[in-house]
Write a protein that binds this ligand. Structure first.
Ligand code: SAM
Length: 232
């Protein structure tokens, strides 16, 4: 198919990570102009669209259906439609569905335009207020729960640059306990970013464990964890 025949556009849009005001003007315009919105959970995007009085057909595209839905999306792009992809929060493809869809569209509909509409991500929001030199860091997303976890933790403790992780509230204290014997110097935890209970706490593992023992409510919500290994 020539570039002229395929005028379809896939817009990968970053959405708020808590505060619904964190959406760009370009994201709102693109949503308004789109033919269809593919979302990880249609109920979540429905709330955002209602807030901005945007009505669009919604389709579900989650980690399980990503590749199956890719065929529908490619057909739409070849018909010239404007398709939006959003995840539940933040930037699609960052510990969220999106990467396999984009790869499939690149491979099978190379003349379709794929555009990024950048905006929030918990990763960059956390780094922006962590108060550390983030010129170099690595991002591992969620650590594996079982197989490969110990290896990943050892690699983290040997890293010369900060390592950023996503962690669930159920596993936060377990993660701190696992890090305790590995010689990490400082951990920063960015919690509930952009929400009412946003906070950043930083310290040694022992200090953080003491903090959470005194403030058990602070183990609720969403977390980004930044680990700085001991300087060699
Ligand atoms: N795509 C998203 C992004 O760009 O940040 C990340 C999606 S991932 C499934 C969800 C994880 O991101 C949460 O478990 C938490 O670790 C982190 N996260 C999302 N929103 C957050 C927030 N408001 N504050 C802190 N961490 C958050």
């Amino acid at each position: 198919m020539s570039a002229e025949l395929s005028k379809g556009r896939l817009s990968v849009i970053a959405t708020p990570i808590g505060n619904l005001e964190d959406i760009t003007l370009r994201a709102l315009r693109t949503l308004k102009e789109s033919d269809v919105v593919y979302a990880e959970d249609t109920r979540v995007i429905a709330k955002l669209l209602a807030r901005y009085e945007i009505k669009k057909p919604l389709q579900r595209l989650d980690a399980v259906t990503e590749l199956k839905k890719a065929d529908d999306i490619i057909a739409r792009l070849e018909a010239g439609e404007s398709v939006v992809l959003v995840s539940d929060a933040g930037t699609p493809g960052i510990s969220d569905p999106g990467a396999r869809l984009v790869a499939r569209v690149c491979a099978l509909a190379p003349t379709a335009r794929i555009e990024a509409i950048p905006g929030p991500s918990a990763l960059t929001a956390a780094l922006s207020i962590a108060g550390m030199d983030a010129a170099g860091f690595s991002f591992l997303g969620f650590l594996p729960h079982k197989k490969g976890r110990q290896t990943a933790l050892k690699k983290i403790s040997a890293s010369e640059i900060p390592v950023v992780l996503y962690e669930s509230p159920h596993r936060l204290l377990k993660l701190l306990a696992e890090l305790e014997p590995l010689k990490v110097s400082r951990v920063t935890i960015a919690r509930e970013l952009t929400k009412v209970h946003e906070e950043v706490i930083s310290g040694t593992i022992v200090e953080l464990q003491a903090h959470f023992a005194m403030h058990p409510d602070a183990v609720r919500g969403e977390f980004v964890v930044i680990i700085e290994a001991k300087r060699k």
